[in-house]
Design a protein around this ligand. Sequence first.
Ligand SMILES: Cc1cc2nc3c(=O)[nH]c(=O)nc-3n(C[C@H](O)[C@H](O)[C@H](O)COP(=O)(O)OP(=O)(O)OC[C@H]3O[C@@H](n4cnc5c(N)ncnc54)[C@H](O)[C@@H]3O)c2cc1C
Length: 344
Amino acid sequence: MEQKTFIHHSLSKLHTFGFNHHATRLYVISRLSALEACIQDGLDAPMVLGSGSNIVFTGDYTGHILKNELKGKQVIETQDAYLVTVASGEIWHDFVVWTLTQGIAGLENLAFIPGTVGAAPVQNIGAYGVDLSQFCKSVTYVDLTSGARSTLDQQACRFGYRDSVFKHDLKNQTFIESVTLKLPKKWRPNLTYGTLKHLVSSSDPWEIYHHVGAIRRQKLPDVTALGNAGSFFKNPIISKSHLKKIQQNFPEIPCYPNDHETCKVAAGWIIEACQFKQKTIGRIQVYDKQALVLVNLGDGCSQDLMQLVRLIQQMAWKKFSIQLDPEVRFYAQQSEWTIHDVCN
Ligand SMILES: Cc1cc2nc3c(=O)[nH]c(=O)nc-3n(C[C@H](O)[C@H](O)[C@H](O)COP(=O)(O)OP(=O)(O)OC[C@H]3O[C@@H](n4cnc5c(N)ncnc54)[C@H](O)[C@@H]3O)c2cc1C
């Protein structure tokens, strides 16, 4: 057997919220052959775990956890682009730094996002005006039931805002093995996002990289010091008529165009407007520098987190008739739980 197996293993250091639940059976997958062997032996309610930075374990997980540690990168140079294939267990931020040191630009706006490469297409990671879908050429995955390998091109991934086919038809059914990115040789900085606009004359991706790092450090807590899972809720998409009604009382509400009929509003602003900044339940708190982030002050428990989540959702609904959907995903027992399951 090529994979390491752990029985009743603590999950506290395997997800960034840090709750002290346990995995009944955890397999560390550092080679594809190990994954194939697991599938042949039969997997019971498998879940794939990257760095655990977009999930919360709300209880012990009694199915099989597959901890991804597949490593490797390969670059093919074409006339106008670099095609970079990267194994899913590589750390996303390290990979971004590696591309930049190779002289391959394009991913600088996405630097400092925690997590693995394999999780990046699942929610189509994005920051500062850029998301993965803009560079993703294809994603190769292994089906967790049949063991069959398939490759999806960009279109088949059905990317959307923090969304992809891996959250729908293929939800919790695949182990993403590698991602291929197409990075054009002719680099064009993306400075559309507000706080990057002043870099308009920048011709250096490292300058953008450092700037992004500085903004993120100001707004986001360091997961090694304060447990959190980044933005807890997605920015809600509402109709333009709904926005107009809200603007009658709150003309300052931050909003961004989405499509012809809808727009995206800032979930962090909504939480602040509901007076929830720094609201604390037990040892779980709405972060003082960014209300979209919930933090574990240490020794926090999932029940308190869920109570706070529910209160925020109720208040957002009462005050703005807006439903705040979690971006973070919840796992316990043998499956992914919906917020409704967790709260009832
Ligand atoms: C401080 C902080 C800042 C953040 N900032 C951002 C940001 O700016 N933009 C952004 O988009 N996100 C952000 N996030 C969220 C998070 O970093 C991303 O969602 C990241 O892609 C999660 O990677 P992970 O390896 O930790 O995934 P995990 O949390 O381990 O898993 C997330 C989901 O993906 C599935 N999954 C993971 N790997 C695989 C695989 N190989 N195959 C199939 N399914 C898989 C899991 O089963 C789970 O459902 C932030 C998080 C934190 C803590």
